[in-house]
Design a protein around this ligand. Structure first.
Ligand code: NAD
Length: 233
């Protein structure tokens, strides 16, 4: 059986592509507080502001390019079955060539009905505007899991993590739940790595090896190591 690799990424993997994380901006997202733009209450209070915030993020993400970390992970799938579970709403894993990507917190390139969660649409262009409606006639919202909302992909993510022989956790502060809890499902006999500039300062389960440094620098080296040690032959 080929070994199964699971990657669990956070905002830090896209930092080297020029997209800011939360923690490095003192809990703000591009100068907005989370409560102002990324909660159901924010949508109720001022949905035009929320749409505008995500329209700006969508423009910024479309202009960004995948970095060496995204490409190295896409390359890993030539050697093994690789599933990427990401907290990111950007599409940089896909644009680098990863083809199995589970977005825990939604996708910036998509819109969703406010009446029926299963009606999801690809956004053409950069903007989603007030008055753009689903086929049932209700306003479209960004296809994003906001703070305080359920994370429907968690059971599927747990299933992947439990079956993984190799786990790479990359660029996440492990502060946002339930996503952060996924590391507790890593098998004790799995090879597990945590790559982050703060890796050595974070309390990790005993079977994790901390790798301190930026994703663009450390992920390609880590992928080479995995290919040479576990995945070749
Ligand atoms: P976070 O902001 O809480 O933590 C970012 C982590 O990345 C930190 O641990 C930091 O040390 C690390 N980091 C910073 N620079 C790095 C680099 N060059 N290489 C590797 N790691 C680096 O992010 P989170 O844990 O993902 O949780 C925040 C939530 O914010 C997520 O749910 C996500 O949906 C959302 N978010 C997404 C994006 C995106 O899609 N790119 C950007 C900002 C926030």
């Amino acid at each position: 059986m080929p070994l199964s690799v699971v990657v669990f990424s956070g905002a830090g993997i896209s930092a080297d592509s020029g997209i800011k994380t939360f923690r490095d901006s003192e809990g703000l997202w591009e100068n907005y507080s989370i409560e102002e733009v990324a909660t159901p209450q924010a949508w109720q209070a001022d949905f035009t502001k929320v749409l505008d915030f995500y329209n700006q993020r969508r423009k910024q993400i479309r202009a960004a390019k995948p970095n060496a970390a995204h490409y190295a992970l896409a390359g890993l799938s030539r050697h093994s079955a690789v599933t990427v579970i990401t907290q990111n709403i950007d599409d940089l894993h896909e644009r680098a060539g990863s083809d199995v990507v589970l977005h825990l917190h939604g996708e910036i390139t998509k819109a969703r009905s406010t009446r029926n969660d299963s009606l999801i649409y690809t956004i053409e262009g950069d903007t989603l505007l007030p008055g753009e409606r689903c086929e049932l006639g209700s306003q479209l919202r960004p296809h994003i899991v906001w703070f305080g909302e359920e994370v429907p992909a968690i059971p599927e993510a747990i299933d992947h993590i439990r079956r993984a022989d190799i786990v790479l956790v990359i660029g996440t502060s492990l502060q946002v739940y339930p996503a952060a809890g996924l590391i507790n499902y890593v098998r004790h006999d799995a090879q597990a790595f945590y790559i982050d500039p703060l890796a050595e300062t974070i309390n990790l389960p005993a079977n994790f090896r901390p790798v301190q440094g930026s994703a663009a620098e450390q992920v390609p080296q880590c992928c080479d190591y995995l290919i040479n040690t576990y995945l070749n032959g």
